[in-house]
Design a binder for this molecule. Sequence first.
Ligand SMILES: [Zn+2]
Length: 134
Amino acid sequence: MADNLTSEQRSKTMSRIRSKWTAQEKKVHSYLKGNKIKHVMHPKIEGSPDIILTDTKTAVFLHGCFWHKCPRCYIKPKTNKKYWLPKIENNVIRDQKNNKILKRRGFKVARIWEHETKRNIKKVLERLLEYGKN
Ligand SMILES: [Zn+2]
């Protein structure tokens, strides 16, 4: 992970990460649409999930492994800990909070990790299809 960056470079790096996820989201969106699964991308609701599958009231999060501390592939940054660690911890705390909010409002919550989409996007999409149908 890039550590010796100016804040300007850093925000560029972060927006690049974000736009990478937008590409994933586009893929997910067209797949769901193609399969006639009703959904809303970036719904403006409390708990801010990335996608909602309307018929089954499922909230979906697409999580970057580094930013959301994936239990499988997260590696603690070695340098600039003062910058990264609080940021990541905040994300984790926010994720837990959002999880609770959504469940309280009757949503099922599904979490999709970046490594899963990298390894096998097709499998992830099929899983989403199941979430959307049941
Ligand atoms: Zn991961």
